[in-house]
Write a protein that binds this ligand. Structure first.
Ligand code: PEP
Ligand code: MG
Length: 325
């Protein structure tokens, strides 16, 4: 990023009319923490923990996990750190596990489904995260929740982890926030139900687009059909933000859509108050944010729903940005 954009890091992340929006970073290893702050991020909205589990024969022990999460927490202090529990399986196979052979890995035993099948390993990770929560604002996020039962089962394992720490006299944040990724269409449809039992939502647009449009996010033959502005995606985002608002919980976006300034007016206008992205994207998104006005963003967002195709929405948005913001 050129130095002009980096200088933006000093300026407040707010619209022209003074609406503050939380811009955070997505990270995979503790070394990325400082870069988020340098780019003006106010914390980490998505710590993908998979890296710690990959390319090794054995699953990392609780202490090793604790050290990694604690290092990340120290790096982003005093800002919040949202740690996503293991999102393995599918195309992210771990050498330390016997994954089933699957015909459709993206629809298979991955993410929270995998975690719930190995509760002891899952609990180990939750204990490590809980321990770090004693030191600062740390939050837990479950990936790929597709129904209420999964959320409840994951919370039950979390309660066991808390009880074990209590028994051992190990401190943790008793009010630790527990949120979920919204990245499966069924979660969108029942987002009002999920919102009642979640402390926050974070939309994983990468998977949500993949599953909503039935387009493999990594299939090079289908790139043109992978459309973030498809009306089905926009309607889904609206449903999620309304469910969050109804329950009084924050709605964040942590998929790639959050890091592209083109989508910012729509996301703002829909009511997302928090965006998490690769550190390098923060300055450009902030630059666009500081050009936006909430009323105009709301108008742009609602105008997007008048169109029937992604292409029309895309044209409209580019034009709106060129002329309005
Ligand atoms: C997503 O699906 O949008 C997301 C943020 O998670 P990941 O890219 O790690 O699947
Ligand atoms: Mg995902």
């Amino acid at each position: 990023v050129e130095s002009g954009l980096l200088r933006l890091a000093e300026l407040p992340p707010e619209t022209r009319d003074g609406q503050r929006i939380l811009l955070k970073g997505n990270v995979e290893v503790p070394e990325e923490g400082p870069s988020v702050l340098r780019h003006g991020g106010e914390g980490v909205g998505l710590y993908r923990t998979e890296m710690l589990f990959m390319n090794r024969r054995e699953m990392p022990e609780e202490e090793e996990q604790y050290q990694a999460y604690a290092a990340m927490q120290r790096a982003v202090e005093p800002h919040p750190l949202t740690i996503r529990t293991l999102d393995a399986g599918g195309d992210k196979l771990l050498d330390g596990l016997q994954h089933p052979t699957e015909q459709n890995p993206a629809l298979g035993v991955r993410a929270i489904r995998l975690a719930l099948r190995m509760p002891e390993e899952f609990k180990k990770q939750l204990r490590a995260i809980l321990r770090v929560s004693a030191a600062g604002d740390v939050r837990i996020m479950f990936p790929m929740i597709s129904c209420l039962d999964e959320l409840r089962s994951a919370r039950a394992v979390l309660e066991q982890a808390k009880a074990e720490l209590d028994d051992a006299g190990i401190p943790f944040d008793r009010h630790i926030q527990v949120g979920i990724m919204i990245e499966v269409p069924s979660a969108v449809v029942v987002s009002d139900l999920l919102a009642r039992e979640s402390d926050f939502f974070s939309v994983g647009t990468n998977d949500l687009i993949q599953y909503t449009l039935a387009i493999d996010r990594s299939n090079e033959h289908l790139v043109s059909l992978y459309q973030p502005l498809h009306p089905a995606v926009l309607r889904s985002l609206r449903t999620v933000v309304e469910a969050a608002r109804g329950a009084g919980i924050p709605a964040c976006i942590c998929g790639e859509m959050a890091g592209d300034p083109l989508y910012l007016p729509v996301l703002l206008g829909l009511g997302f108050g928090e965006l998490s992205m690769g550190a390098g994207s923060i300055p450009r998104v902030k630059q666009m944010l500081r050009r936006c006005d909430m009323n105009q963003a709301a108008e742009v967002a609602s105008a997007c729903f008048a169109f029937s195709t992604a292409e029309q929405v895309d044209l409209f948005l580019r034009n709106a940005i060129a002329t309005t913001f």
